[in-house]
Ligand binder design. Structure first.
Ligand SMILES: [Zn+2]
Length: 71
């Protein structure tokens, strides 16, 4: 049972490269509604929660888009 859970968890997690490939799309959704983005791409959200590097990248992109929207 435990083995199954561990294997399943690993399968469901994105690597940094996979997250990065979807980050543009994720940020575009997040800039309008962050809850929506987490709903549409839960695996990206999960990776951002556990990976400080990708989270930093996410915040940088978010700031750029937010500037675009408000100008
Ligand atoms: Zn990462």
């Amino acid at each position: 049972m435990l083995m199954h859970i561990l294997a399943h968890t690993e399968e469901d997690e994105y690597s940094c490269a996979e997250t990065f490939a979807l980050l543009d799309e994720y940020v575009e959704t997040a800039v309008k509604n962050e809850a929506d983005a987490a709903l549409v791409m839960p695996l990206v959200k999960h990776h951002l929660d556990v990976c400080p590097d990708c989270h930093k990248e996410f915040e940088a992109l978010l700031r750029i888009l937010e500037t675009d929207y408000s100008s």
